[in-house]
Design a protein around this ligand. Structure first.
Ligand SMILES: NC(=O)c1ccc[n+]([C@@H]2O[C@H](COP(=O)([O-])OP(=O)(O)OC[C@H]3O[C@@H](n4cnc5c(N)ncnc54)[C@H](O)[C@@H]3O)[C@@H](O)[C@H]2O)c1
Ligand SMILES: [Fe+2]
Length: 408
């Protein structure tokens, strides 16, 4: 089969210990006034203060917004825009976890285009370029520093909403693993599990016919040769280092792997997209308020189980990227091994293994299947066709903890 590949990426991606020191110079090249979105935890952080000094030393004047609320309620977007507009920034910088970076994206949209943030929900709704963004993650998880998505919570909507547009990809992503050293084990586990799930879902996403219009018609285009490359790097790095990064003691190599892995997973899913595990997590998150990473990771082995017959070769590659030796194993055996390894890794970092453990009642399972079916952009990205019935099969298996692949 002829190869097809596509990637949408920031103009500059910088990765490495100490690279946060690149912020001042990078900002200076984009303008003289920078609006910074962060949260209250960061403002007292020594590294954050040093980054603000670096901006000032580069002649960039700064206004800091430190009231980012995790999961970003719309009131937070409005408050942040009201604070940013009178300052008239040339660029927006997001420093923090996915929430701070996604807020920076939303504010960059509003400052460029005005209107109501709801105008931009969905795919390709942002009408043109936004203020240049520099994004600096402090968790190894969402990959938001390189993706075309911002996720918000709208009180009028049952489930979270997304703005998905190539225009909100950052200009520059600066990924410095040292900024994650302060993450407690639980945050490292949840964020890292989200990142591994991004990589697996991107690597096993549907492969669409490579028409010349594909990248113009869809933000998330499905599996392709370029996203695969990044997905496999992410699977390898995260699987070898997630448990170590969550263990007591300080493992710099593991932190390094986690951040490179989360960044690579972001590059993979930012173009390929995610699928069923992310779709099903939407209603589960709305109902249980479980952290996003916990929900998608819990679901991943059950989704893999369902998808297995359509992805034997991909799962075999995943197993090998996670350390399974190729010798003496068929692809079929390796594909079962991939499911076992993913489930075991998530169990090792204390991700619950059933929806029952999350407190989902049995009489909500059909509702979860119906609601997840409405997230069509993700449902359509699954390698095996999904309807409410098949989603219900996955949800029921995840409720009861039934993994067929485990027994194979
Ligand atoms: N845009 C995307 O591509 C994308 C992808 C996946 C998820 N998301 C969204 O991102 C959000 C989750 O992001 P997240 O998991 O990075 O967490 P977060 O940004 O919501 O932060 C969670 C908590 O961790 C704290 N924190 C962040 N960095 C820390 C550090 N270095 N040390 C100690 N504490 C730290 C924050 O202060 C906050 O209290 C959700 O809203 C999710 O929907 C976005
Ligand atoms: Fe995710």
């Amino acid at each position: 089969m002829a190869s097809f590949g596509a990637l949408r990426t920031p103009r500059k991606i910088i990765f490495g210990k100490g690279q946060r020191g690149a912020l001042g110079g990078a900002a200076k090249s984009l303008g003289a006034r920078a609006f910074v979105c962060t949260d209250s935890r960061m403002t007292t952080d020594r590294d954050f203060v040093a980054m603000m000094d670096d901006l000032n030393n580069n002649g960039v004047s700064v206004q800091v917004y430190d009231r980012t609320i995790a999961e970003i309620p719309l009131t937070c977007v409005a408050d942040c825009v009201a604070s940013a507009a009178p300052f008239g920034p040339d660029l927006v910088i997001g420093i923090g976890g996915g929430s701070c970076m996604d807020l920076a994206k939303a504010v960059a949209v509003m400052l460029a285009h005005g209107g109501n943030i709801r105008d931009y929900y969905g795919e390709f709704q942002v009408p043109g370029p936004v203020l240049p963004l520099i994004l600096v993650p402090t968790t190894s998880g969402t990959g938001s520093e390189v993706t075309p998505v911002a996720v918000l919570s709208d009180p009028d909507k049952l489930m979270k909403v997304g703005i998905a547009s190539p225009h909100i990809i950052s200009h520059t992503a600066i990924c410095d693993p040292e900024l994650t050293y302060s993450c407690p084990a639980s945050l490292t586990a949840i964020a890292g599990a989200d990142a591994l799930t991004h990589a697996i879902e991107a690597f096993t996403a549907i492969r669409r016919p490579a028409t010349p219009q594909l990248t113009n018609e869809r933000v998330f285009i499905g599996k392709n040769a370029l996203s695969d490359h990044h997905a496999l790097i992410a699977i390898e790095r995260i699987s070898r280092s997630l448990a170590r990064a969550c263990s007591p003691g300080h493992d710099e190599e593991a932190r390094d792997d986690m951040m490179l892995g989360a960044l690579s997973a972001g590059l993979a899913f930012g173009t390929a997209g995610t699928a069923a595990a992310h779709a099903i997590q939407y209603p589960i998150g709305a109902f249980t308020h479980t952290p996003h990473g916990t929900g998608v990771a819990l679901l991943m082995p059950y989704v893999m189980d369902f998808n297995r017959s359509a992805c034997v070769s991909e799962f075999a590659q995943i197993a090998m990227a996670m350390g399974s030796p190729r010798a003496a194993m068929t692809d079929e055996q390796l594909s079962g091994e991939a499911i076992r390894r993913v489930a075991a890794l998530f169990a090792e970092v204390c991700v619950p293994s059933t929806l029952a453990e999350l407190g989902v009642p049995a009489d909500k399972l059909d509702w979860i299947a119906e609601q997840s079916f409405t997230i069509q952009r993700l449902v359509n990205n699954n390698p095996k066709a999904l309807d409410v019935g098949s989603l219900s099969t996955i949800v029921k298996a995840a409720f009861a903890g039934i993994l067929i692949g485990e027994a194979a």
